[in-house]
Design a protein. Sequence first.
Length: 276
Amino acid sequence: MKKKNSAGRIVLYVILITAAVMTIYPFLWMVSASFKPLKEIVGGNMKLISENMSLDNYKYILGRSSLFPKWFFNSFIVALIGTTVNVFINTMAGYSLSRLSFPGRDQIYHALLVLMMVPAQVLLIPNYLILQKMGLLDTYAALVLPSAANIGNIFLMRQFFMNFPKEVEEAASIDGLGRYGRFFRICMPLARPTIATQAIFVFMGFWNEFTKSMLYIKTASKYTLTLGLQSFQSQNAGTMWHQVMAAACISVFPIIIIYLIFNKYFLVGVRMDGEK
């Protein structure tokens, strides 16, 4: 019996290690290619280490290519503002749907569940026409406002507050805290793991957004990083892969930093069980 368990465990480890290598190797190759000259990349060399590795690609992207730092800053501002707005709206909406009693609450909740089934691509043209009428095209508001709330994260926060102990709020109420005081001083601080979880996903969504940026932003200096990378690649007819790899590595860096900062909350937050 022990031999069967050992054999099964070995097979499982082999499968997991193989899957990990297949997943990680392309990322490591991208990082390696960002330090290589173009001739080595197009020459089919798949080695991760090369004698000709240098920082020239990064110097070009951050120095001579003056718009790249601007695109990076644009993406960061949009992602930061969008994430902040989302966190407050999603958290307040989830709290309202789980804690407050008002006419139509259940109908609103069911309507939101139905709207989750609508593909985001279907709303691109209606949003474009609305933003055009409002005069918000070619502004960062066009990227933030249509995505100011996320139904999936509202559901996430609702599930958290549904399991949140009512006794905690009742004790705070006895101490004299009103509804807003209980929400901002009690509920939100205790919901940090779940809030951090949604913040990671929302930030990634804004940071990696391409379609909306392509539709709504027309001025090159206002491009987000994803749109700027596509424009940079198109202008060079897809020949500057070494510099594109360097730019791609820089674009991944903020996501890694955000995950490392909120990592201790992440695994707790995805459980949605409200345990403390």
